[in-house]
Design a protein around this ligand. Structure first.
Ligand code: AVJ
Length: 336
């Protein structure tokens, strides 16, 4: 099977992932993806492979950096506007979060909204993330919450949601995770989310906004080097899991603001002419000095661009809250 071959029209680490349902994020899937994406021009790797245990811990640390403001800005918006957002799943409704991470965002929302009797559905690929989220939500007192964890890709998790039994649903896609999709991928994914809900249900989307280039450089190439470690961990991971022989000393982290595409790109730059071998992907290739492996795109939006991206998928915008300091937007849509 060649599950990635349909990607030809759409490339980059944020390209639409069209793996058939049921393919798990295991080692052979990593090997297959490495084999396919590392041979593309330009060479690349899908950004979801950044999140093994160490990568997830590094990302959590990045969220504490003064230069990476997304997480704190979003938590503050969720807290401030929780009551308004909570109207969307009033009286025993459901909140479905895609990519729950450590559960802190949903916990903040539910703590400050009137969420008694709500049913939270968490969808994440990482068992560790789900476990942590379930614990975090379980520690909220006096809420009488029901929590269901779905260890699955976003797509499979959405397809596996039980019928809503007449309860209103809020889908939450936070943290600017939407920014990892290229525009066609984002539109396709919004269509999947729309298909999982009914008219009158809601979507809450967190998205990072365009801001001065120096701010983006500091956020994605921080002076402490955590983002560099987060990126280079992909090489470490291929060495450990795919019997690759990347020499980490001969790669550097680079963040590029691609203004035309409105995205920050993370790359791993080869610091020499070198040959690498990824044994378990049955792959050997040469990298030239300065050649890069593109590992992530983080699209940045204008406030009106968020609406223009989401509404064609079958939603209308009901509210948008912006943190002007961090330039981050939380936008609430209703399915129509
Ligand atoms: C978790 C995908 C939203 O793109 O800002 C952080 C990941 N990459 N630093 C982002 C990330 C580099 C993050 N997302």
């Amino acid at each position: 099977m060649k599950p990635h071959m349909s990607l030809a029209a759409s490339t980059g680490p944020g390209a639409t992932d069209r793996r058939p349902p049921g393919i798990r994020d295991d080692r052979s899937e990593f090997a297959e993806a490495a084999r396919f994406y590392l041979q593309l021009e330009p060479r690349q790797l899908p950004s979801r492979f950044l999140y093994d245990a160490l990568g997830s811990a590094l990302f959590d640390a990045i969220c504490h950096l003064p230069w990476y403001r997304i997480t704190r800005a979003e938590l503050q918006l969720l807290q401030r506007h929780a009551v308004a957002i909570g109207q969307t799943f009033r009286q025993g409704g459901r909140v479905v979060e895609l990519g729950c991470g450590n559960g802190e965002k949903l916990a903040t929302l539910l703590t400050h909204a009137d969420a008694r009797g709500a049913h939270a559905h968490l969808i994440d690929l990482s068992a560790a993330a789900l476990g942590q989220s379930v614990r975090t939500l379980g520690s909220i007192e006096n809420l009488d919450l029901r929590v269901t964890a779905h260890q699955a890709t976003y797509e499979d998790g959405l397809l596996a949601l039980p019928p809503d039994d007449g309860h209103p649903t809020l889908l939450a896609f936070l943290g600017s995770n939407i920014g990892n999709f290229d525009p066609p991928g984002a539109s396709a994914f919004l269509g999947l989310m729309r298909a999982a809900v009914r008219p009158g249900d809601y979507l809450l989307l967190g998205a990072d906004l365009v801001k001065p280039e120096r701010d983006l450089q500091l956020a994605y190439d921080d002076p402490l080097g955590l983002t560099a470690a987060f990126n280079k961990n992909l090489l470490l991971r291929m060495n450990a899991e795919l019997a690759a022989d990347f020499d980490l000393e001969r790669f550097a982290h680079r963040a590029i603001w691609n203004r035309d595409a409105s995205r920050v790109e993370m790359h791993l730059v080869s610091l020499a002419d070198q040959e690498v071998h990824v044994a378990d992907a049955d792959l050997r290739f040469r990298l030239q000095d300065g050649e890069t492996i593109w590992t992530e795109s983080s699209y940045k939006y204008e406030p009106a661009g968020i609406r223009a991206l989401v509404e064609p998928a079958g939603f209308i915008q009901r509210n948008q809250w912006i943190d002007e300091g961090a330039r981050f937007a939380l936008t609430l849509f209703e399915a129509v």
